[in-house]
Structures are given as C-alpha cells and as structure tokens.
Write a protein that binds this ligand. Structure first.
Ligand code: NAI
Length: 328
C-alpha cells in the first residue's frame, strides 16, 4: 500500500471547499490509486462547519481517504503537506478599495507562505484559488524562499475550461476536438483567451471561427466576465466549476499534459513573452515529470500582444501595490 499524500485545503468550509473535498477524497485529484490524507484549515469561526463537512466525508466511506485533520493554525495545516490548495481568501466587500483587499489578503497569504516554507514536504505543490489569485500566489511564494518558486501557481484553469466550452459551442464540435487553447495574464476581467494558437481538429481556431466580431465582442468578454454572469444567474459565485478546475489543474500538474496539447496555468514568469520575470501570470503550459513549463517560441501578433500587455500591466500594478504595502 502507498503512503497517503497529504493534501491541505484552506477555506474548507466555504462553497468551493464543499464541492472540492469530496472529489479529492474520491480520487479525482491525484488518481484512482492514490490514498490521501486531508488537512482542513479554517478560521476559528468556521472550524465547526468544517467539522460538519468532515462528518459527511466520513459518511462517504471513501476507500482512498485515510484521515482528516481540522485546524485553525497554518503551521499545523501545512506540516508535511504535499499538495496545498489555497482556497480561503478575503472577498471584496462593498466600499472596499483595491488596496484594502490586497492588504487583507496579504494578512492571509504571507503567514501561509511562511508556514509552507517552514513545514511543507520537499515535493510540495501549491495552487492558489482565492482571489486575487495571481497576486495572492505571489505573496505566498515570496514568503517561502526555501521552496522552488515554480511550485507556486494560481488558477486560470476555470477560465481555460470556460473558453473551451464557448468555442466548442460556437463551432458545434466537442471540447475534445480542441487543443492548445491559452489563457494569458491575470485571472481577472483583463485576461486574454487566445484562439490564434488554439487548434480545432488541426485547424487554427480563429480561422475555423472566421468571425473577428464574435471573437472580440462575444467570445473574449463572455469568458472574461463569466464569473460575474454566474453570480447574476445563481445568486452565488462559481463553486462546483471552480472546484472542478482546481482538480484539473493539480491532476494535469502531477500526471502530465497529452502529447501535442497544452493547458493554461498561472506560473512564475521566466521573462517569456515579455512578461516581467517573477510575476505569476497565466501562460500556455505543458506538464511533464511533475513540472509545469511555459510553452516557448509562439509568435504573438499585434492583436494578441496588446491584450497580453494590458493584463500583464494589471499584474504589475498589483505587484507594485503589495510591494508598497510591505507585503512582499
Ligand atoms: P466562501 O466565502 O464560500 O469560502 C471561503 C472560506 O475561506 C470561508 O469558509 C472562510 O472562513 C475561509 N477563510 C477565510 N480566511 C481564511 C484563512 N485565513 N484561512 C483559512 N480559511 C479562511 O468562498 P468560495 O466561493 O469558496 O471562494 C473562495 C475563493 O475562491 C474566493 O476568493 C473566490 O473569489 C475565489 N475563486 C477563484 C476562482 C478562480 O478561477 N481562480 C473561481 C471562483 C472563486
């Protein structure tokens, strides 16, 4: 029997947590033969609710779930962690300025980064879901200097999956007919879903669509503003789809991308495509041997350049703001 993988989920009592934990415990995060031990981190007021979720996890009698610990202490939560899913974050509330939001989240992601640095397993992989995800990941990463920077990532896989689905619908094809789609930049309304490198049954997607007005006025804004549209329709933000994307992100990271395909993830920039080194920005990435790597050498035309630059400029602003606040 294999030793269980330690998976820590923060914000475990929240709505993404509720959609995520059962899929982790049933083997979808790492694979159907990998036992997991769950650690749930919550704030003190939500520990009881997390205990309730743990009771339900028990009641599923999942064969792969070898244990559940619940804590409100980050050091305990990340001790020996192999996979850290940082979902809990401070949401923007009415009247809150961006600076306040970044500061409140700095208060969460700085100590969590320090706790990962202090106690995580050597192979730790970190996915930040809690918004503003890219910059929260940057804060955590900067406070974990002993962990290779590439182990810190932020989630744009939900945006990627949204784009796959919109494109498949437009062309009347299956999502499995689409390859090499990319989300560039920030997980925010400035993100750029790129159809100029994507392929549909071997054809460039933008050419298969052959409708620039749809691409600019429909596809890009629909993908980029989907989160707000879900809130409007559901009365609550995306939860099951966000949990599903987190599962996809980690599964691909550990198990690899298919030959001839790539996916999207926000990873630490090495300066590729003019994205300043060190920023955590979304790129086309392949995964092999448990490492995400940025796809190199793509030609970027003026249309794509302007959109990538705009989203990266927003990331630079966020980085400068957290720097000014002394958070990195
Ligand atoms: P939620 O409000 O239902 O749950 C958040 C949970 O985090 C709460 O239970 C809260 O007690 C907990 N929490 C707060 N501070 C914490 C701390 N310091 N340590 C541990 N737990 C803490 O929110 P929901 O819907 O589950 O969303 C979570 C985050 O994911 C939000 O920031 C949301 O904006 C983000 N999100 C990101 C997406 C992406 O594509 N990157 C997609 C959808 C949501």
């Amino acid at each position: 029997t294999r030793t269980p993988v330690n998976v820590t989920v923060t914000g475990a009592a929240g709505q993404i947590g509720y959609a995520l934990l059962f899929r982790i415990a049933s083997g979808h995060l790492l694979g159907p033969d990998v036992p997991v031990r769950l650690r749930l981190l919550e704030i003190p007021q939500a520990v009881k609710a997390a205990e309730g979720t743990a009771m339900e996890l028990d009641d599923c009698a999942f064969p792969l779930l070898s244990g559940i610990d619940i804590t409100d202490d980050a050091k305990t939560a990340f001790d020996g962690v192999n996979v850290a899913l940082l979902v809990g974050a401070r949401p923007r509330t009415k009247g809150m300025e961006r600076g306040d939001l970044l500061e409140a989240n700095g208060g969460i992601f700085k100590p969590q980064g320090e706790a990962i640095n202090a106690g995580a397993a050597d192979d730790v992989r970190v996915l930040v879901v809690g918004n503003p995800a890219n910059t929260n990941a940057l804060i955590a990463q900067r406070h974990a200097p002993d962990v290779p920077a590439e182990r810190f990532t932020a989630m744009t896989r939900l945006d990627h999956n949204r784009a796959l689905s919109q494109l498949a619908k437009k062309l009347g094809v299956s999502v499995t007919d689409i390859r090499k789609l990319t989300i560039w930049g920030n997980h925010s309304a400035t993100q750029y879903p790129d159809l100029f490198h994507a392929e549909v049954n071997g054809r460039i997607a933008a050419e298969a669509v052959n409708d620039q007005a749809w691409l600019e006025n429909d596809f890009i804004p629909t993908v980029a503003k989907r989160g707000a549209a879900i809130i409007e329709a559901r009365g609550a933000s995306s939860a099951a789809s966000a949990a599903n994307a987190a599962i996809d992100h980690v599964f691909t990271w550990v198990n690899g991308t298919a030959e001839g395909d790539w996916t999207s993830a926000a990873v630490v920039s090495d300066g590729s495509y003019g994205v300043p080194e060190g920023l955590i920005s979304s790129f086309p990435v392949t995964s092999k041997g448990g490492r995400y790597e940025i796809v190199q050498g793509l030609e970027i035309d003026d249309f794509s350049r302007a959109r990538i630059d705009a989203s990266v400029a927003e990331l630079v602003e966020e980085r400068d703001a957290v720097k000014a606040l002394g958070l990195i």
